[in-house]
Design a protein around this ligand. Sequence first.
Ligand code: CA
Length: 174
Amino acid sequence: MDLLIVEDERSLADDIKAYLDGPGVRCAIAGTVREALDTILNKPFDCLVLDLTLPDGNGLEVLRELKGMGRTDGVVIISAKDALADRIEGLRIGADDYITKPFHLAELAVRVQATVRRTRFQGHDRLCFAELEIDLPAHTASVHGVAVPLTPTEFRLLRLLTASRDRVLPRNVI
Ligand code: CA
């Protein structure tokens, strides 16, 4: 699972990254609207964790750009409690969920996972394609019920290609 954390408070971004990182999860960090736009142009993400108050603009610009490109990356907005208008606008443009600061990392993680399940896998924990079955939480795959040994990179690639099978992906997605 590839996540992009768009957050200018570096210590918060690092905390989120440390919490969400794990087997099969890779987190990138962008601290500005500009950096986020550059990063999303390079590759798709399973989910963006998107702060709205950024030094060079509003995080909603990133969301607009993403949707303008027809992208389906999940988006969970993180915002201040009083930013109601921005949260509503974000959901209207196509964000999947939001969480207000301060939040517990455990709650953010659950919202990100739920968003990825909904957007990438139509709400399922298992992805089936012909004789291939991928167990997303367990990071395992089987063919005709026989487990296939995979490295973490091979699993990521298989999962990404299966979830994106109607799309052309750039060479550098992995
Ligand atoms: Ca901020």
